[in-house]
Design a protein around this ligand. Structure first.
Ligand SMILES: [Ca+2]
Length: 128
């Protein structure tokens, strides 16, 4: 009789811990999809949009292939902390000279952890 009660208590504990792990994973996913929706709403077809801040906050600077090679505005040099690409392009760092190909659908919400802390210019895809 005593043995049977112990087993049921252990089973109840296992069930509780599974429920709480699922709930916290769901909460963590929500903010990033909201940020991506904000980026998609602000960035038109045929454009690459660049934000100084992470998570597409503030007003983006826009580039289209018809603009050709563009030196970015000063506030974005080495400081594009998020971007969203609806067209292909080529990101450029001046020193050391380095290029990054960008394809349609590419994006980064925390680009400061990568090339966003080095980018200075944007050009057509074939420049890469
Ligand atoms: Ca640079």
């Amino acid at each position: 009789m005593f043995h049977k009660i112990t087993v049921s208590a252990a089973a109840a504990l296992i069930t509780l811990s599974c429920v709480s792990a699922g709930a916290s994973a769901q909460a963590a996913a929500a903010p990033s999809s909201e940020a991506l929706r904000r980026a998609a709403d602000q960035c038109a077809a045929g454009e690459i949009c660049f934000w100084r801040d992470r998570d597409y906050r503030g007003t983006p600077w826009r580039w289209m292939p018809s603009n050709g090679y563009r030196d970015m505005p000063g506030y974005l040099h080495d400081h594009v902390y998020s971007f969203y690409a609806n067209v292909r392009g080529c990101f450029v760092d001046y020193d050391p000279r380095e290029f990054r190909k960008v394809n349609i659908g590419d994006y980064a919400m925390a680009y400061d952890t990568s090339f966003g802390s080095r980018i200075d210019a944007v050009a057509v895809h074939s420049a890469c």
